[in-house]
Design a protein around this ligand. Sequence first.
Ligand code: PHB
Length: 376
Amino acid sequence: MPIVESVIEKYIMTSVTNDKTNLFSPILLGDMALANRIIMAPLTRNRAGEGNVPQDTNVEYYRQRAGAGLIISEGSQISAQGVGYPRTPGIHSEAQVEGWKRVTNAVHDKGGRIFIQLWHTGRISHSSLQPGHVLPVGPSALKAAGQASTYQGMQDFETPHALTLDELPDIVADYANAAQNAKKAGFDGVEIHAANGYLLDQFLRDGTNRRTDSYGGSIVNRMQLLAEVVEKLIAVWGAYRVGVRVSPENSFNDIKDSQPQQTFNAIAKKLSEYPLAYLHVLEGDMMTGERHVDYVALRNCFAGLYMANNGYDLERGNSAVEQNHADMVAYGKLFIANPDLSARFAKNLPLNAPDQATFYGGDEKGYTDYPKYGDA
Ligand code: PHB
């Protein structure tokens, strides 16, 4: 039986037999069936080829991880302006589309599903990475504390150019163009990166958005740019093919909001108006491990599917799904180290440990050489 039909059959059987829902239960995103709820989180690995084009090693990396219910690709810049790090892939040039086609084909050949994460880094970029070496852009001319990762090593962040009202439509158009390219490249959908201190998050949170126009001030105004991007991308992709990722209290990239619970509850409510594939939430603070936001309350503000992320293991993931605190769980570091994570979870097999030293940049080491269970 073709893989898709067998997944749908399993889905129907689970509902008929009333089996307890857990990480291994299939799930439908609209008309698209996922074989399980173990999701590969978006992971920046800095291993794209010349021109930020996905290359052979990237094809192999994603192929190995096709057992995830859904792979969410690493952040991929929507435009040359969106880039923020060395060797991150893009989805704005022809060559990048061709490179990604090889990735999506490899994942589909293995029966997997893959979304691309659409990324604009905003003020977290650096002029040395920008076309024409101009300043990076942001909602307001506020410099992040810390340093940008550039081809010349770490360099202090710069004060960004505050986007003007007449420049914002170009940003939305770049998202739409990237979404069209994602379709051409054979992805199953797109995830809008509105988390972790990058451009859309810089608009959402009041620590970085000091605008006094219709894109700043109230939370309705601060989420206006995200809402425009969501509407545009649903127009391109249709219902349940666009996901959104947020990180209410992550301080990574020197960002904060004065009222994360209220702000992100409101965002979750507003996003419920759209037929999104899911809301993906990085829970807590990546930097400190602290968690102050009530994520069950946040989840209850959102009408669609909720994907939880950050520090889950098999037991906590299963328990989140069983208790209906999440519909899916995204795993990052565990997928770096365990290409066959879904199979290992299913059989409760031991896991490989991730090697931090090879997370960012480098070659096959720490990228495609983690063994599957039972390999030498
Ligand atoms: C990272 O480079 O550590 C990174 C990139 C993108 C994210 C989060 C972390 O969204």
